[in-house]
Design a binder for this molecule. Structure first.
Ligand SMILES: N[C@@H](CCC(=O)N[C@@H](CS)C(=O)NCC(=O)O)C(=O)O
Length: 201
């Protein structure tokens, strides 16, 4: 049995769990709930970066980060989440990079906003906000390319938007982006999105 170190709120973990659900291989993965910030054994032994998601394989080697884990899982069953060649592949990987990058910006922004007000850096806050808004606008304009068959790009963007809903509801990303909003509403019907919904916090 493989082991996935996971947390409930991480959008990168959510993408990996959605991948496993879409591929129908969740029965091959044991989920190990882990707080990356406080854990002292297990996760840091398997991933020197001590981040979730980390996948420990049956041969006791391990894989990270989330794009690597997802591509590995896809390869186990010769799945179609990573188109093998051509434009479809680059589109899927590009959307994955933008989805993951949106999460990176949102995580940095959140950590900055958790600091006492007087120690926050306004240039960091503004830079991350601009990255978030530009990326959302790019998705809105490019929704036709997001709307094809489900790929790792679909799952990454859905997980990222889900993370904004969890942590930045007040950002109201749907405002002025009706195509992206209805795109996510469509993806939200998928069991992989439903099953991995983080508990409200
Ligand atoms: N690029 C990584 C990002 C993973 C990541 O940043 N995970 C966060 C949770 S959302 C984490 O474990 N943070 C703990 C830390 O940074 O020490 C991936 O795609 O897997």
């Amino acid at each position: 049995m493989m082991k996935l170190y996971y947390s409930l709120a991480s959008p990168y973990v959510r993408k990996v769990r959605m991948t496993a659900l879409e591929l129908g291989i969740t029965d091959r993965i044991e989920l190990v709930l882990t707080d990356a910030w406080s854990v002292t054994e297990g996760l840091p032994d398997d991933n020197p970066l001590c981040k979730v998601p980390t996948l420990r394989l049956e041969d006791e080697t391990s894989l990270f980060d989330s794009p690597v884990i997802c591509e590995y899982l896809n390869s186990l069953v010769d799945g179609s989440l990573f188109p093998p060649v051509g434009n479809a592949r680059w589109q899927a990987l590009r959307f994955q990079a933008l989805g993951d990058g949106l999460c990176d910006a949102a995580v940095i922004l959140r950590l900055e906003l958790m600091k006492p007000e007087e120690t926050r850096t306004s240039t960091t806050i503004e830079r991350q906000k601009r990255a978030i808004f530009r990326t959302l606008n790019n998705f809105e304009q490019d929704v036709a390319n997001l709307s094809g068959s489900v790929t790792i790009g679909t799952l990454a963007v859905a997980a990222a938007l889900g993370y904004l809903d969890l942590r930045f509801a007040d950002l109201d990303w749907r405002a002025g982006r009706p195509h992206l909003a209805s795109w996510l509403a469509g993806v939200s019907d998928r069991p992989s999105f439903q099953t991995t919904r983080p508990p409200a916090s």
